[in-house]
Ligand binder design. Structure first.
Ligand code: FRU
Length: 500
């Protein structure tokens, strides 16, 4: 099957060229201090959600919400990068620019599918009908764009030009997949103050039939679910989404918005019902995740490693936003487990000495491990530890002013990430609960200049956050301020800076 291509509208190449020019200008003004070495970030300007993660002709493509002119959110473009191995990424020309009648003020989030020899993007065309930013007066429609070379896209206009109910105004972030010889599409929507997920079917990606609502939210589920995604793992259906409007509860849901999932089942009538909402990551900065079913059957996931309305000091450096590491998802015991994609071991450049990297009492500095591009494997032995804290301090400055703490809190029986002294702008703790009676905890953590990602308890939970320490705050220290227990770094590597 293939999709015939209409010629691109003449205005668009000029808009793309203009945007590309802005990126080149922006690159010349960048300040490198917080720039990640091996994560995807915009070359200049602003980035938010990952979009259209797809495997096309032997390469992974990742698109993203992009404002090329400014390090602030604005009219959305689709930035684009690709990789053969999930490690080395190449930035490509901007794929989509807004400006047509159907996407006047933004090409919002969406997905990508391969249809024969064509790469097809389904995205939300966004138009402000009143004042810019007035969410009560806007039009959101679902649009199609196609490419045969995977780089240049022809916009084919709106393919779903009205929501299933005229009372729906928020109507965005289509996710498309293939099943039973048809294409299916779900999209995030808000009916009054309730979230819902309209489901559509098509045989050609152009003509879409509204089937029904896959599901709707109840009281307490928030008012809008952005970026819905439906995945099948181990015979279960998992609805992944990014709710707005859910309330914090104890240690849970402390961020402005959240990304999480429900494990359940889509029945014969194509209705999803599932268990409770579980946050996919417990850090400060993780949102709008999207998945891809890779050719080898793995379910890979990318998220935006930031959070709306958080401090973003890199704006002063002419760029903002980055994506988290690609993760592999597995479903075990009704929970998603996430692991850094296995390819990422190729980032390991130099194994660092860890013979003395253990501590059961007091503090131990580890000058040989100092760095800002690091992978560490850590073990916390918790047997007998009933009070106090056991963990490590990262990105420590010589004067002691800066440090990022990751530790087991025995009283809470939780793993805590504390960024009260993590540098410019940021603060606060986030944490995840250990299972009762857990005697040890194994962590794998990644530092990349302005980020930390911690994968814990064999993927059972993760903590991802942005940090903005000074470039010379590089120290690593272990500490054991507890009645018992030990912290040990078992293996450590300096990682290579790979992004093109
Ligand atoms: C999620 C989101 C999407 C929207 C996009 C706009 O972060 O708000 O719902 O499509 O960002 O940039």
């Amino acid at each position: 099957m293939s999709l015939s291509m209409n010629p691109p509208s003449p205005a668009i190449p000029a808009a793309l060229e203009h945007a590309q020019h802005a990126v080149h200008e922006g690159i010349s003004r960048l300040v490198p201090d917080y720039r990640p070495g091996y994560h995807l970030a915009p070359q200049a300007g602003w980035m938010n959600d990952p979009n259209g993660v797809v495997f096309f002709r032997g390469e992974y493509h990742v698109f993203y919400q992009h404002h090329p002119f400014d390090p602030n959110w604005g009219p959305m473009y689709w930035g684009h990068a690709k990789s053969r191995d999930l490690v080395n990424w190449q930035h490509l020309p901007i794929a989509l620019a807004p400006g047509d009648a159907f996407d006047r003020h933004g090409c919002f989030s969406g997905s990508a599918v391969v249809c024969g020899d064509t790469l097809a993007l389904l995205y939300t065309g966004h138009t402000w009908l009143g004042e810019v930013g007035d969410e009560s007066a806007m039009r959101q429609v679902q649009c199609l764009a196609t490419s045969t070379d995977g780089i240049h896209f022809a916009k084919l206009g709106a393919v779903i030009d009205a929501p299933p109910d005229a009372a729906i105004v928020h109507f965005r972030d289509p996710k498309v997949w293939r099943e039973d010889d048809h294409w299916y599409l779900i999209v995030g929507a808000r009916l009054s103050d309730r979230p819902c997920v309209p489901l559509y079917r098509s045989s050609d990606l152009r003509h879409w039939e509204f089937l029904d609502y896959l599901c709707s939210g109840d009281e307490g589920d928030g008012y809008m679910w952005e970026c819905p995604d439906l995945l099948r793992l181990n015979g279960r259906d998992v609805l992944l989404y990014s709710p707005q409007g859910m309330q914090p509860d104890g240690f849970a849901r402390l961020n402005r918005f959240h990304t999480g999932y429900r494990v359940g089942r889509v029945d014969d009538a194509r209705h999803f019902s599932g268990g409770p909402f579980i946050e996919l990551d417990n850090g400060h900065d993780f949102y709008a995740a999207q998945t891809l079913l890779a050719a080898d059957g793995r379910r890979l996931l990318w998220a935006w490693l930031d959070m709306w309305e958080s401090p973003m000091p890199s704006k002063a450096h002419h760029w903002c936003g980055m994506l988290g590491l690609p993760r592999e998802l597995e479903l075990r015991d009704e929970r998603l487990h996430s692991f850094p994609a296995r390819e990422l071991t190729a980032l390991r450049q130099q194994a660092l000495p860890v013979e003395t990297a253990t501590c059961s009492d007091g503090h131990r500095r580890l000058p040989e491990l100092a760095g800002d591009l690091l992978e560490l494997e850590v073990r916390l032995d918790l047997a007998g530890c009933s009070q106090g804290r056991l963990g490590l301090a990262l990105r420590c400055s010589e004067d002691g002013a800066e440090q990022t703490l990751l530790y087991y809190d025995a009283r809470l029986h939780r793993l805590v990430l504390d960024r009260d002294r993590s540098g410019a702008g940021v603060d606060g703790q986030r944490s995840a609960a250990l299972v009762p009676g857990q005697q040890w905890l194994e962590l794998r953590l990644f530092l990349d200049r302005s980020s930390i990602e911690v994968f814990a308890a064999d993927g059972r939970f993760s903590l991802s956050s942005r940090l903005y320490p000074r470039p010379d705050s590089l120290g690593v220290r272990l500490f054991a301020e507890a009645d018992d227990g030990r912290v040990t770094i078992r293996r450590a590597w300096r990682l290579a800076a790979q992004i093109a």
